[in-house]
Design a protein around this ligand. Structure first.
Ligand code: SAM
Length: 230
C-alpha cells in the first residue's frame, strides 16, 4: 500500500466511525493539513481543527472546502468546555504526548471539551509490535513529488529507544541537493497504560481494537484503536 492510499483508507475508516454520531460537533486535535477535518465537514459534521503547527494549518486553510472548518492554531488547552460530541486524534497524534504530564493534560482537556458520554477516538501504536525496528534508512525510504516540482527522498533512522520513548531522525534529501534533518520523539503506551491513564482522566473504556476496522488487538501491524467515552 502506498502512503497516499494508506492515508485514504485511514480517512475512510475514521470517517465511518465518527459518522456513528450524526451531525456531530467534532474536534480534530492535531489536525495537521486537515485531511480528516475536511472530510468530516463535507460529511455534515461541524468541525474544529486544532494544531500547533502553523505551516500545516496554512496548508489546511488553502484546501477546497476549508471555510467549512474552524481552524485554531494551538493545543488542547484552547478547547472550550462541553462543546463537542466527538474528539478525534488520527495518525498517532496521541504518541506526540511524550511525557505522562503532557498526556494527562491532553486527556483532561479533551474530557472537559466533550459533552458527557461524548466519544474520544484515537489510534496509537502497540509497543509489542516493535514497529520502530523497521524504521531504518533502507525499509523507511519513501519518495514524494512536491507541489513545486521537486522530488524528495525521506528516510527515517532511530537514535534511541528508552522507557517507551522512541527518538528518531528523518533525513529529507531534495532533488535540488537541499538536505533537511528533522528529529522527534514518540511515546509508545501499552494497553494497560492507555486504560489506566484514560480511567484516571474520567473516561469509560470498553474494548480496545487492533485498528480502524475494529480488528482484534494483534491482528494487524501493531495498532490500537481506542474509543473511550467522557
Ligand atoms: C502525524 S500528524 C497527523 C495529522 C492528522 N491528524 C492526520 O491524520 O493527517 C501529527 C500532528 O500532531 C500535531 N501535534 C504535535 N503535538 C501536538 C500537541 N501537543 N497538540 C496537538 N497536536 C499536536 C502535529 O503538529 C501534527 O500535525
Amino acid at each position: 500500500m502506498t502512503l497516499r492510499s494508506a492515508g485514504r483508507a485511514l480517512t475512510i475508516s475514521s470517517l465511518s466511525i465518527v459518522n456513528e454520531t450524526l451531525a456531530a460537533r467534532v474536534i480534530d486535535l492535531g489536525c495537521g493539513t486537515g485531511r480528516l477535518a475536511l472530510g468530516l465537514a463535507a460529511a455534515g459534521h461541524t468541525v474544529t481543527g486544532v494544531d500547533p503547527a502553523r505551516a500545516s494549518l496554512a496548508a489546511a486553510r488553502a484546501k477546497p472546502g476549508a471555510d467549512r472548518v474552524t481552524w485554531i492554531e494551538g493545543t488542547s488547552a484552547v478547547l472550550p468546555d462541553a462543546a463537542f460530541d466527538v474528539a478525534v486524534m488520527t495518525s498517532h497524534v496521541a504518541q506526540f504526548f511524550v511525557t505522562d504530564t503532557g498526556w494527562r493534560q491532553a486527556l483532561a482537556d479533551l474530557h472537559r471539551a466533550l459533552v458527557p458520554g461524548g466519544r474520544l477516538i484515537f489510534d496509537t501504536r502497540d509497543p509489542r509490535a516493535r514497529g520502530w525496528e523497521r524504521w531504518n534508512p533502507a525499509d523507511s525510504r519513501r519518495e514524494v513529488r512536491l507541489p513545486d516540482g521537486r522530488d524528495v527522498i525521506a528516510t527515517t533512522d532511530i537514535s534511541a529507544v528508552a522507557d517507551g520513548v522512541v527518538s528518531f531522525t528523518i533525513d529529507y534529501a531534495f532533488s535540488d541537493e537541499t538536505r533537511l534533518l528533522s528529529t522527534g520523539d514518540l511515546r509508545f503506551r501499552t494497553e494497560d497504560e492507555l486504560r489506566s491513564s484514560l480511567r484516571a482522566a474520567g473516561y469509560a473504556v470498553e474494548q480496545i481494537y487492533g485498528g480502524w476496522n475494529r480488528e482484534p488487538v494483534g491482528a494487524d501491524d501493531g495498532e490500537f484503536l481506542v474509543i473511550p467515552r467522557a
